[in-house]
Design a protein around this ligand. Structure first.
Ligand code: SAH
Length: 207
């Protein structure tokens, strides 16, 4: 998976590649899908949600330019796969998920099966940011948003970066926002396709 899907597409961060090679992705999907866990595709994780394609996980993580010392806010815990990758590459992850059943399954996986302890879990609407006022060095949103929620950029440290898929319900682009003292700078990257970010500062649930 790492060589044919990630290195072949130009990602050469040795630490990131080693971490993705070390996390057993089949633990993050239903047993019936385990033989497809290393395929070049997203997979269903229940409740209409998906675990992202391995390359997209690598690409978004690389875009965060981690040094190892960061505190990261992740919006959209989902299966917890991206959470595990981040946790092995930074000091602490604060992850928030809307759906309690997914949040609980991810927490159990990381704690009991992988022994990953530097993660704080929350159930709630991450489009509003982390409930307590605090700043993060990095923010990663793993669900598609119509626009970058201001509540999230407001929780970035100066020099901090946010990566999120932005676009309509069906198609998005990866966007990176860097916060400076005087404001923010935006850059747009690869096209992508994510399940929607559903929340107060994002899409509303269909009636
Ligand atoms: N990184 C995850 C991706 C899961 S899909 C993985 O690879 O497994 C996106 C997740 O975002 C879904 O679990 C969905 O329930 C969650 N989500 C959507 N809107 C949200 C919101 N406002 N706050 C927190 N989580 C949200």
């Amino acid at each position: 998976m790492v060589f044919t899907q990630i290195v072949a597409r130009g990602i050469d961060d040795a630490k990131l590649l080693a971490v993705m090679g070390s996390i057993p992705r089949h633990l993050f999907v239903d047993e019936a899908l385990a033989d497809r866990a290393y395929n070049d595709a997203p997979l269903p994780i229940g409740e209409g949600q998906t675990i992202s394609q391995p390359y997209i996980v690598a690409r978004m993580t690389a875009m965060l330019q981690l040094t190892g010392d960061e505190e990261i806010l992740e919006v959209g815990t989902g299966s917890g796969y991206q959470t595990a990758v981040l946790a092995r590459l930074c000091r602490k992850v604060f992850t928030i998920e809307r759906l309690p059943s997914l949040a609980e399954a991810a927490r159990k996986r990381l704690l009991c099966q992988l022994g990953i302890y530097n993660v704080v879990y929350r159930v709630g609407d991450g489009s509003l940011g982390w409930p307590e006022q605090r700043l993060f060095d990095r923010i990663l949103v793993t669900a598609g948003a119509p626009a970058v929620p201001e509540r999230l950029t407001a929780q970035l440290t100066v020099g901090g970066m946010l990566v999120l898929p932005e676009g309509d319900i069906h198609r998005q682009h990866l966007v990176r926002v860097v916060r400076y003292v005087a404001g923010i700078r935006r850059e747009q990257f690869d096209p992508c396709r994510f399940v929607p970010l559903v929340g107060d500062q994002a899409w509303s649930l269909p009636e």
